[in-house]
Design a protein around this ligand. Structure first.
Ligand code: FES
Length: 178
């Protein structure tokens, strides 16, 4: 007999039954993470913080892993969906160790707050309540990769790198067209 998870879905939306059915069919096994995230996306059209927390809790998978998988694979759509995703952890440990400064730096440099995407669709900024890596706070998940003890400068540098890569690609295309 499969033991059902003790946590409740984020809402009483009936679509959660589809997700639960997927997890039940797999015996709530951790290896069904990707399949389960697929069923969330199929049911709701995208993944968000609440759904990720729910899946992590139900499958007993660290939230850091769920965030990593969902932001790394391009088949998953996070809401909102920029080309690149930075998830800043705002859980207690990260808050104390500098998450507010990371968010302020994003606002200052790119003009976006949590849940927003830059006007060019390049970078989405998200927040999470705890991604399960408190020992290396503050933590950001940059395009699916966990970055612990990250500084403001490192975070902004990574985001700038994304933009530079995009610009270099665009310039390369323009040159080829000439
Ligand atoms: S509070 Fe940020 S990883 Fe736990």
């Amino acid at each position: 007999m499969i033991k059902a998870p003790t946590i409740d879905p984020p809402s009483d939306d009936k679509r959660w039954r589809l997700v639960q059915a997927t997890m039940r069919r797999n015996g709530f096994a951790r290896h069904s993470l990707i399949e389960t995230l697929h069923s969330v996306q199929e049911a709701f059209g995208y993944l968000d913080e609440d759904s990720l927390r729910y899946v992590a809790g139900s499958l007993r998978v660290p939230q850091s892993r769920v965030y990593g998988v969902s932001t790394f694979y391009h088949l998953f759509t996070m809401k909102p969906a920029g080309q690149h995703t930075c998830v800043v952890c705002t859980g207690t440990a990260c808050h104390i160790r500098g998450a507010p400064e990371l968010l302020a730096a994003f606002k200052e440099r790119f003009g976006i707050g949590p849940g927003e995407t830059t006007a060019d669709g390049q970078i989405s900024l998200l927040t999470a309540r705890c991604v399960g890596s408190c020992g290396v706070a503050p933590v950001a998940v940059m395009d699916g990769l966990i970055a612990g003890r990250i500084t403001v400068d490192q975070t902004i540098a990574q985001a700038e790198e994304w933009l530079n890569a995009r610009n270099a690609q665009a310039n390369g295309r323009a040159n080829n067209d000439e």
